[in-house]
Write a protein that binds this ligand. Structure first.
Ligand code: ADP
Length: 355
């Protein structure tokens, strides 16, 4: 199957010797929305710039629509990039800003004007078409940047923290617009962000990066349910991580590890040494169910946030576990701080990984 975008063992070493990215493999289908997520400095922007052609690729290859573009300049690639600060020309009008990419391509004036009018209309920017770009609000500037990126009709739109400059409210509104727009146009989006909620809420798949390497590529739900590495388990959601020693398997998909707080069964390979349990997978004071993981402890903190009770339970070895449970559950209301509690977990909700 041909992909819109394919990275094959892509790497980047800057001239000062900094290894920013290594062995990045990724295949992106047409119309897919992929987010690069990770802490600052993990190599997200470097990768995006290599895809755009703004940065030399020092290892590996980049393919677009089956064509090798590794050494093509940006204007020869079927991509368009939206920058964090929008990179608008402040002294130019909105219309001139949007027309810029088409002027660079040397498009005939009539065709150019037609395309610019259409996209200004689509983004409700017509009333501002002849205003200078620096006379507009953050949200409007964001729309101009999007219009400018899309007017050249790219196959792949690259977005580098495009919502970073907006306040929280506007951010939410534009997030929704962006998702609708992407569905409507069917264009492939590659989106860089360090904001977890943005990556998980917008994209079909998330590439989690740390220190220049890809940790996991999965749909958002899968990152929560089945983190593949210790980094992802720690970075995404709210997980308890218990280390132990592998003591064999219990069926093909299940493993068992011996931890300081007892034996824990979970889904994962034989030889795994770490159990990852999402905060919302715990039950409080469960009936004894054969096969279920049971962890005795004491309640050390309780905070009710709307419909969710955030509890802390301290286990015998002093590990403190984060538990999220419906705030209206009677056992949550009844428990006093310091009371003994037992946590129960279905092994199917436990992920075992190799540390
Ligand atoms: P992110 O986008 O995830 O914040 P970057 O891709 O910007 O990360 O940076 C990845 C690594 O490469 C960082 O260690 C950063 O300091 C380094 N880096 C980025 N740009 C350059 C450059 N022009 N020269 C040298 N090192 C750079």
């Amino acid at each position: 199957m041909q992909h819109d975008l394919e990275l094959i063992s892509v790497g980047k070493t800057y001239s000062d010797g900094t290894v920013a990215v290594s062995n990045f493999d990724l295949k992106v289908a047409k119309g897919e929305f992929v987010a690069f997520l990770g802490p600052s400095g993990c190599g997200k922007s470097t990768t995006l710039r290599m895809i755009a052609g703004f940065e030399d690729i020092t290892e590996g290859e980049v393919m677009m629509m089956g064509r090798n573009v590794t050494h093509l300049p940006p204007e020869k690639r079927p991509t368009s990039m939206i920058f964090q600060n929008y990179a608008l020309f402040p002294h130019m009008t909105v219309r001139q800003n949007v027309a810029f990419g088409l002027d660079v391509k040397g498009m005939a004036k009539a065709e150019r004007n037609r395309k610019v009018d259409r996209i200004l209309d689509m983004f409700d920017l017509e009333p501002y078409a002849d205003r200078k770009a620096d006379r507009l609000s953050g949200g409007q500037r964001q729309r101009i940047a999007l219009a400018r990126g899309l007017v050249v009709e790219p196959e792949i739109l690259l977005l580098d923290e495009p919502l970073g400059a907006l306040d929280a409210n506007l951010r939410r509104i534009i997030q929704n617009e962006l998702k609708l727009l992407q569905r409507e146009l069917g264009i492939t989006f590659v989106f860089v962000t360090h904001a977890q909620s943005e990556a998980l809420g917008l994209s079909d798949r998330v590439v989690v990066m740390s220190n220049g390497v890809v940790e996991q590529i999965s749909p958002p739900r899968e990152l929560y349910r089945r983190p593949a590495t210790p980094f992802v388990a720690d970075f995404i959601g709210s997980n308890t991580i218990l280390r132990g020693r592998s003591v064999g398997t219990d069926g093909p998909a299940f493993g068992r590890i011996d931890t300081a707080v007892g034996l824990i069964d979970g889904v994962g390979p034989a030889g795994a040494t770490m159990a990852v349990i999402p905060a919302e997978a715990f039950r409080i004071q469960p009936q004894h169910t054969p096969g279920e993981v049971h962890l005795p402890g004491t309640l050390s903190a309780r905070r009710l946030v709307g419909a969710v009770g955030h509890l802390k339970v301290r286990l015998a070895d002093d590990t403190e576990i984060a538990v999220e449970i419906g705030a209206d559950r009677p056992e949550v209301r009844a428990l006093q701080i310091g009371a003994p509690v037992t946590l129960g977990v279905d092994p199917a909700s436990v992920t075992l990984i190799q540390a």
